[in-house]
Design a protein around this ligand. Structure first.
Ligand SMILES: [Zn+2]
Ligand SMILES: [Zn+2]
Length: 242
C-alpha cells in the first residue's frame, strides 16, 4: 500500500520508465518507443470476432466461424495479439498489481481506437469480475483498462453489469465447456438507456464471456454492442507470416 503510494508520488516527480526495458517512457506511457513498436499488432483481423486472419485478407473479411454464424455482438476490436511481450504486460496488469500497466495499455488502446474512428458508443462497460475474485485481486483489470479509455475518448464508464454467479476461470476449461460455463452469467444492476455500448476486456479468446454479456445487454434493450479488447489470442496452430 505504502509502496503503491510512493510509486504514485514518483510518477509525478520522475518521467515514466518503460515497464519492459526500464528506458525512459514515452509520456504518458510507461513504455518506451522501441518497446511500443515491438508490441505484436493484430493487423489482419476478422471484422466480426477480431480473430487474426492471414496477412492477405482484405479489410472487412470474416473468419470461417463468423461466416457460418455471426457473433451476437456487432463487431470486436482488438488491435494487438496476445503474444510476447504484451502477454507479460497483461499478466502484470492482472496479477502483479501493476496499475501503471493499465494506464499505459488503456492509453494505447485509445490511440488505436482513435485511428479506427467511430461511430462511438454511448458508454463503456467493463466485463465484471465475480465479487470473490475482485476481493482477492483488489481491482478489476477490465475497469482499470477502461478508465484511461474513457478519459481519452471522452466517454462515460459505467460498471452496470455484475456476475450472477461464480464461474470457473475460462482459461482452466476445455474449449467446448467454455460457452456453457458463462451462459447466463451476467445481470444488469440497473436499467440502461444507451442504445450503443462497448464492452471492454483485456484479452479476447473464445468470445463466450463477451457473448454472454452481450446477450444480457440485448435483453435490457441495448441495440448495438461492440467489444473492445486490448489483445486477441490466436487460434491453435495459427502462425503469422508477417
Ligand atoms: Zn522499453
Ligand atoms: Zn470471426
Amino acid at each position: 500500500m505504502v509502496y503503491q503510494w510512493l510509486k504514485n508520488i514518483q510518477n509525478f516527480v520522475l518521467p515514466p520508465s518503460c515497464l519492459l526495458c526500464g528506458a525512459r517512457g514515452l509520456a504518458p506511457l510507461d513504455l518506451c518507443a522501441a518497446c511500443c513498436s515491438e508490441l505484436p499488432r493484430n493487423l489482419h483481423a476478422c471484422a466480426g470476432c477480431a480473430e487474426p486472419l492471414p496477412p492477405g485478407a482484405p479489410p472487412g473479411s470474416l473468419c470461417g466461424r463468423c461466416q457460418r454464424k455471426p457473433p451476437v455482438f456487432a463487431r470486436a476490436f482488438a488491435p494487438y495479439l496476445y503474444a510476447w511481450p504484451l502477454d507479460g504486460l497483461i499478466q502484470q496488469l492482472k496479477f502483479g498489481h501493476q496499475l501503471a500497466a493499465a494506464r499505459s495499455l488503456g492509453s494505447l488502446l485509445a490511440e488505436r481506437l482513435q485511428q479506427r474512428g467511430g461511430p462511438w458508443p454511448e458508454l463503456l462497460l467493463p466485463v465484471p469480475l465475480h465479487p470473490r475474485r475482485l476481493a482477492e485481486r483488489g481491482y478489476n483489470q477490465a475497469t482499470e483498462l477502461a478508465r484511461p479509455l474513457a478519459r481519452h475518448l471522452g466517454l462515460p464508464l459505467r460498471e452496470l453489469a455484475a456476475r450472477a454467479r461464480a464461474t470457473a476461470r475460462q482459461s482452466d476449461l476445455p474449449y467446448r465447456e467454455r460457452r456453457r460455463n458463462v451462459a447466463g452469467a451476467f445481470i444488469l444492476r440497473e436499467s440502461i438507456t444507451a442504445r450503443h455500448v462497448a464492452v471492454v476486456d483485456d484479452v479476447l479468446t473464445t468470445g463466450h464471456t463477451v457473448s454472454a454479456l452481450t446477450s444480457a445487454l440485448h435483453l435490457a434493450g441495448v441495440e448495438t454492442v461492440e467489444v473492445w479488447a486490448l489483445a486477441r489470442t490466436a487460434p491453435p496452430g495459427w502462425m503469422s507470416a508477417d
